[in-house]
Design a protein around this ligand. Structure first.
Ligand SMILES: Cc1cc2nc3c(=O)[nH]c(=O)nc-3n(C[C@H](O)[C@H](O)[C@H](O)COP(=O)(O)OP(=O)(O)OC[C@H]3O[C@@H](n4cnc5c(N)ncnc54)[C@H](O)[C@@H]3O)c2cc1C
Ligand code: SF4
Length: 333
């Protein structure tokens, strides 16, 4: 790890100025991802701008929805009465992530900004376009068991620049729940719809999100919805705890009897960003909740999927997980 400067500003403006003054500077919140990356010399910031003195910890009602500060701890969000009552899908997704100790350190903003768990990204001896643009993708023709099956067809050369997956569980639920992200930065404040926050790699795989340099996540807002009852977050992983998702599904149903008034469906572990399944949601709307309906929707969702040498198992695992999550959400399992 290289020597670095540490500052703890007390206002957002001072944090933004401290960051933009040093080209390699990074914000730090819980440190559970960034410090690991620094120890391995995958990221080498010369300055850390600690956000913990900023007033961004509140979890509260905002209008008809909920607002969660960027520095709220993952455990505090998961256990908060408002989240458990109105957005239990988010609570389930958070509790499926990491360990209790890490959730007690990790923040909402840090969770959104965590880097991929691709093995090649963590190994500075290997080629990786995300860590070192232009060096190649070690996973493409290497060991790609944990890699993407969606959103990999956008490489301008015909070959994707990066097939890594976004590792967060929380973000899968927030994508399904139509959350928005409030940010502030050198050019002022803006609100980003959650599906537009993370990005596909395209020709700039080093960028995980659409945040501009110096922009700071302030809060996440979840609009009021009718998904307080029939929800389920299903995470399939190598171990039953303390492991990242091979495939995960956030399923939310608004049921009128057994008729699906509306559905929300998103997947994790399958793409460079949390993967919202809009066509499958539309296929569910107005139908009777049943295993056959869920299988049809899963087939619609899988139309765009493409596997690599070692992750073809995800082509079977993903639709099976979707059907199971929807069955549990509907009370059919
Ligand atoms: C062993 C282990 C297992 C894990 N398992 C899971 C899992 O199963 N599921 C899962 O979802 N996660 C898992 N995680 C990841 C964990 O959730 C993240 O490390 C954590 O959420 C990061 O939050 P943090 O506050 O510690 O971020 P930090 O490490 O402090 O920061 C991470 C990044 O976010 C940026 N950042 C932080 N806050 C802001 C902000 N407000 N605005 C802009 N940028 C910001 C930082 O600059 C940095 O680049 C695991 C982690 C470990 C170590
Ligand atoms: S998949 Fe992405 S993160 Fe992994 S080696 Fe390829 S470029 Fe790097």
């Amino acid at each position: 790890m290289i020597n670095f400067q540490y500052v703890q500003p007390t206002t957002p403006q001072a944090a933004i100025e401290a960051l933009t003054a040093t080209p390699t500077a990074q914000f730090i919140a819980g440190g559970t991802n960034l410090v690991d990356l620094m120890k391995r010399e995958v990221m080498n910031p010369e300055k850390l701008v600690d956000l913990n003195a900023l007033p961004y910890r509140a979890i509260e009602k905002a209008g008809s929805g909920l607002r969660i500060g960027a520095l709220a701890l993952n455990s505090a969000v998961a256990d908060h009465p408002l989240i458990r009552q109105y957005q239990p899908l988010l609570s389930q997704a958070l509790n499926a992530g990491a360990s209790a100790q890490i959730r007690n350190m990790a923040t909402v903003g840090g969770n959104m900004m965590q880097r991929t768990r691709c093995y090649y990204f963590y190994d500075p001896a290997m080629p990786c376009n995300k860590r070192e643009p232009g060096s190649g993708c070690g996973a493409l023709n290497g060991f790609n068991r944990i890699h993407a099956i969606f959103g990999t067809r956008d490489g301008q050369s015909g070959s994707p620049s990066c097939i890594a997956v976004h590792p967060s569980d929380m973000c899968v639920a927030l994508t399904a729940l139509d959350a928005t992200v409030q940010v502030t930065g050198p050019k002022g404040d803006r609100t980003i719809p959650f599906p537009d926050f993370h990005r596909l790699p395209g020709s700039t795989p080093q960028r995980d999100t659409n945040l501009e340099r110096g922009e700071l996540i302030v809060a996440v807002q979840i609009p009021e919805n009718r998904f307080a009852r029939n929800v389920h977050y299903l995470k399939v992983r190598d171990r039953n705890s303390y492991a990242f998702a091979l495939v995960s599904v956030a399923a939310a149903l608004d049921l009128d009897g057994q008729t699906i008034r509306a559905a929300r469906l998103a997947m994790g572990g399958v793409a460079h960003k949390p993967w919202r399944l809009l066509a499958a949601e539309q296929a569910l709307q107005g139908k009777t909740a049943s295993e056959a309906t869920f299988q049809q929707a899963a087939a619609v969702a899988m139309r765009e999927a493409k596997a690599y040498e070692h992750n073809a198992f995800k082509l079977k695992m993903a639709p099976a997980a979707m059907v199971e999550a929807l069955k549990v959400a509907a009370g059919l399992a």
